[in-house]
Design a protein around this ligand. Structure first.
Ligand SMILES: Cc1cc2nc3c(=O)[nH]c(=O)nc-3n(C[C@H](O)[C@H](O)[C@H](O)COP(=O)(O)OP(=O)(O)OC[C@H]3O[C@@H](n4cnc5c(N)ncnc54)[C@H](O)[C@@H]3O)c2cc1C
Length: 328
């Protein structure tokens, strides 16, 4: 590991000033960043510890939650307001990693964790455009069972690994940022970039900006919601596909719906086409199949992951049938 120094600023403004300096990297729980430093993927000269920033979880006026960037994943999953109003978020977090890792991992770190693509994580022997722009992508013709079927590019088919962020995407979360130019709020839907021809640029954050909080608006769909993750092992494994869904029903019709997928794209994938197809219609298997066909019409699986198309369709249908079934 390359030697580095350590700073622990007390305010987000101090942290932002440090984050803008060359070689400086923000440190949350370190569960991803320190791994990447050990592997030689990341080489920061200074770690800027931001775990002293807010970790509060506050109910906002008019409903909704504001979650401090330094809140630990386990604290968010166990919080009574999260469990009561956003069970899909609690379930998504608990579907990820292990209890020990969730105790260390922060909300901001989870949002910005890097891909688990084996080629990205192997600087000694693999080509990766995300790690080294212009070097090529060994995943395209390599072992791509875990890779993207939507949103990838000829330069990168890595997936975003987070479970938590899939639920946040379905819940219309907003990201609070602070930087030298002040503060701003970005919808999560606009926070991640697709790889295109610059896969090393993963978010719309500016240099020196940091995440200070995540806001989740009040939602009637939060309560009738679910998160389901399909993986190769029953625990301690990343998603092959995952589904976060929330619905509100009126007289047997889907009044409104939120649907997001994980494990299948370079960012948590909001299924807007499937939502539009299902909104206002019956909750039948036929309607769900047609909605998923519309969403996945642009899917471009690689040689090793074509199974994800059918797996995602079936997982989504199973979750929606569970949520829309008779609850009397
Ligand atoms: C064995 C293992 C299994 C795992 N399994 C899963 C899984 O199944 N599902 C899942 O979702 N996750 C899984 N994870 C990933 C885990 O959730 C992440 O490592 C964790 O969420 C990262 O949070 P952290 O606070 O430790 O981030 P760090 O490692 O500290 O940082 C990650 C990134 O976030 C940046 N950062 C941190 N704080 C801020 C801030 N305030 N503003 C801007 N940038 C910031 C850092 O600079 C760094 O780039 C697993 C991890 C391990 C090691």
């Amino acid at each position: 590991m390359t030697p580095f120094s350590y700073r622990r600023p007390a305010s987000s403004m101090d942290a932002s000033a440090l984050a803008a300096l060359k070689g400086h990297k923000l440190l949350g729980g370190g569960t991803n960043l320190v791994d990447l430093m050990r592997k030689g993927v990341e080489h920061p000269t200074t770690l800027v510890d931001v775990t002293a920033l807010s970790s509060e979880i506050i109910e906002m006026e008019g409903g909704g939650l504001l979650i401090g960037a330094a809140a630990r994943n386990s604290a968010v999953a166990a919080h009574p307001l999260v469990r009561a109003h956003y069970p899909m978020l609690s379930r998504a977090i608990l579907a990820g990693a292990s209890a020990q890792i969730r105790n260390m991992a922060t909300v901001a770190g989870n949002l910005l964790q890097r891909t688990r693509c084996a080629y990205f994580n192997d600087p000694a022997a693999s080509r990766c455009n995300k790690r080294q722009p212009g070097s090529g992508c060994d995943a395209l013709e390599g072992f791509n069972r875990y890779h993207a079927i939507l949103g990838g590019s000829p330069g990168c088919i890595a997936t975003h690994p987070s479970d938590m962020c899939v639920a946040l995407m379905a819940l219309d979360a907003q990201i609070h940022l602070a930087g030298s130019a002040g503060t701003r709020i970005v919808p999560l839907a606009d926070f991640y970039r697709l790889p295109g021809d610059s896969p090393h640029l993963e978010t719309t954050m500016e240099i020196g900006e940091l995440i200070t909080a995540v806001e989740i608006p009040a939602s009637a769909m939060g309560q009738r919601s679910a998160y389901r993750k399909v993986r190769d092992r029953a625990s301690y494994a990343f998603a092959l596909v995952s589904v976060a869904a929330g619905v509100s029903m009126q007289d047997g019709t889907i009044e409104d719906i939120r649907l997001a997928f994980g494990g299948i794209a370079p960012r948590p994938w909001r299924a807007l086409q499937a939502e539009a197809a299902l909104r206002g219609g019956p909750a039948t298997p036929e309607a769900m199949a047609a909605a998923m066909d519309a969403e996945l019409a642009v899917a471009r699986p690689a040689a090793g992951n074509a199974f994800k198309v059918e797996l995602l369709k079936r997982t989504t249908a199973a979750v929606l049938l569970e949520l829309t079934g008779d609850r009397s």
